[in-house]
Design a protein. Structure first.
Lengths: 199, 401
């Protein structure tokens, strides 16, 4: 649990520090599912999640942008798990002149999952209802998507985006199911809430 | 400040989104009629009681074990039928028996053949429309017999990773046969028809549909009419009629292999409406079924002989018993001679039923927990050997009890 807290607090500190600069805030809601990558775009039932993060500038030209990003999020998969995560990604955007962005990211994150149901732990020959300390996971991810800059001529324009994120949950069930495949379909917004203050 | 707000947020969020198990009075699990034939003076009673205890000590939440031989029937039960309610499991409780239903499916088809309604050597395309099996490689030219003994080579939908992730994605979905068959469409067959044997649930979905085609009734109603009622299997039913009947023991899964269990009783199954699983029963009924079947009370001599036409897989099972495939039944070679067996998993449940012809004894055991570490405890080869030894070994060696 301390690992999650530490990672999440680091993310929040980085986030708050950079918001005072000219970093954007990204916020998205998403539908999580256990699914193989690129099998289906939309899976049902919906398992909701929310993510907030920011992006950093690294290299940028007229049509290309390479940038690290950091995010924290929560997801709720009914009857299976709920999870809190912190994720570090490296993004690559192709920017078309009319405002469309073709987006891709690779990432590595830390996920802490908790059961959505009461748990019973075997201890001293019997099962007892137990507090849930959760399970530590890593979540490598690959994301593709589309964004649209609301003002195509401006570098720091707000952007609405749709992202299809494929990620693995590892370890999953050692000796039984080594890893689990998930997808998250994000709908989000990138904006610059503190830009005017800085200018 | 940020830390405190974060901690509070996490605790509230996680707490609010965690379901507590429903707590029932013990009366909820009381059986309406006990097992009247339970012979408490059975000579194997002490051994079976001790055996059941060992499973509980290792982490199985609840277990029932039955034997049926010339000394009568005895069932031991240990552990809990419901962990949240802390209710002891009783011998007469009902549980899920999963794929053991395949033996019932096979017996039903053999009976229908005896009635002249079908021939096991007919291709399934004589009974099912092309729409049902299109895209399932090998299906059109496989016979009913080849589906029954798993020599069709047809892909097993349950081993499809798309299906596995989809079923986890919606754990309370009630799957229909046609939805399950979709996961075998467009998939390569394992081998050419009749050249090998490999277990496939898809075979038994198709067989259930054939039963419906020739009888005009849902296959589970045919089970009820031809097997459950005439055999007085009073604790046996099929999930389609009532998926979670009152009094069924709670089932648990060790999803993360750490003996940390969650309740899976309401996780649906993919087998509520298909003839590859979905049986609800108990070990008393399962051992009765096996004894009657192999003592020749259900099928004609010819049909029983057909059922026991064994086929060896090209590649022997390296980890388990030497295994041969019959019609809806397996023959395994044990230290105590050959045994006829079928086992079954459902999410949160496991059951197995075995008949030893030389000893004329039927053994069945069932647990309300599976997956993760529980699987090794309840269904490994070592576990089975321990069960067989505890029940069958005599001072003079391996003689009949």
């Amino acid at each position: 649990m301390w690992t999650l807290k530490f990672t999440a607090l680091c993310c929040i500190l980085v986030l708050t520090h950079n918001i005072s600069g000219q970093q954007p805030v990204t916020i998205s809601v998403f539908n999580e599912s256990t699914a193989l990558p690129f099998d289906r775009l939309i899976n049902t039932p919906m398992h909701p999640g929310v993510q907030v993060g920011t992006e950093f500038n690294w290299k940028e030209s007229k049509h290309f942008r390479l940038y690290p990003s950091i995010s924290v999020g929560y997801m709720f998969h009914r009857k299976l798990f709920q999870g809190l995560y912190a994720n570090l990604e490296l993004g690559f955007d192709y920017k078309a002149s009319f405002g469309l962005n073709l987006k891709s990211k690779i990432g590595l994150g830390y996920l802490h999952t908790f059961s959505t149901q009461q748990e019973f732990q075997f201890d001293n020959g019997e099962y007892r209802s137990s507090g849930d300390t959760g399970n530590s996971r890593i979540m490598p991810s690959f994301t593709t998507g589309l964004g649209y800059r609301l003002n195509p001529t401006k570098n720091n324009a707000s952007e609405i985006f749709v992202l299809y994120q494929s990620w693995l949950e590892y370890p999953y069930s050692p000796g039984f199911i080594p890893l689990m495949a998930h997808t998250n379909l994000h709908l989000g917004l990138k904006f610059y809430p503190f830009e005017k203050n800085e200018q | 400040m940020i830390k405190k707000v974060f901690q509070l947020l996490v605790v509230c969020l996680l707490g609010a989104c965690t379901e507590k198990d429903e707590v029932f009075e013990a009366s909820f699990y009381e059986c309406t009629s006990g097992i009247t034939s339970n012979n408490l003076q059975h000579p194997l009673a002490n051994r079976i009681d001790s055996l059941a205890e060992t499973f509980i000590n290792k982490g199985i939440p609840g277990i029932m074990i039955s034997v049926r031989n010339k000394a009568g029937q005895y069932t031991a039960s240990r552990g809990k039928s419901d962990l949240a309610s802390n209710v002891d499991l009783q011998a007469c409780n009902i549980t899920r028996a999963g794929s053991t239903v395949k033996t019932f499916t096979a017996v039903t088809l053999l009976m229908l053949q005896e009635d002249g309604l079908l021939d096991l050597d007919d291709p399934i395309s004589e009974y099912l429309s092309k729409k049902v099996f299109h895209g399932i490689e090998n299906a059109e030219n496989s016979t009913i017999r080849q589906l029954l003994n798993h020599s069709s080579g047809i892909h097993n939908y349950i081993q499809d990773t798309k299906f596995q992730t989809a079923s986890l994605n919606d754990l309370i979905k009630e799957w229909q046969p046609e939805e399950l068959l979709e996961y075998s469409r467009g998939r390569n067959a394992y081998f050419a028809i009749g050249t090998d044997v490999r277990y496939s649930n898809t075979n038994y979905i198709l067989l259930g549909l054939i039963i419906e085609e020739v009888t005009g009734l849902p296959f589970y109603e045919v089970f009820e009419e031809m097997l459950f009622r005439p055999m007085h299997l009073n604790f046996t039913s099929f999930a389609a009629t009532d998926p979670v009947p009152n009094g069924i023991i709670r089932g648990y899964v060790d999803l993360y292999s750490n003996l940390n269990l969650i309740n899976a009783t309401y996780y649906s199954g993919w087998d509520y409406f298909s003839a590859d699983g979905g049986l609800i029963s108990n070990t008393s009924d399962l051992s009765l079924f096996m004894a009657k079947l192999f003592q020749g009370e259900l099928l004609s001599t010819e049909s029983l002989s057909e059922m026991k036409s064994w086929i060896a897989p090209n590649e022997p099972n390296k980890d388990g018993f030497e295994t041969f495939y019959g019609l809806g039944i397996f023959q395994i070679m044990t230290d105590y001679g050959p045994a006829y067996l079928h086992s079954g998993d459902a999410i949160g449940y496991f059951a197995s039923m075995v008949y030893f012809p030389k000893q004329d004894i039927a053994i069945s055991w069932a647990s309300n927990g599976n997956y993760g570490k529980l699987d090794a405890i309840i269904q490994s080869k070592e576990t089975m050997e321990r069960i067989f030894e505890a029940i069958l070994k005599t001072k003079s060696g391996y003689k009949e009890q």
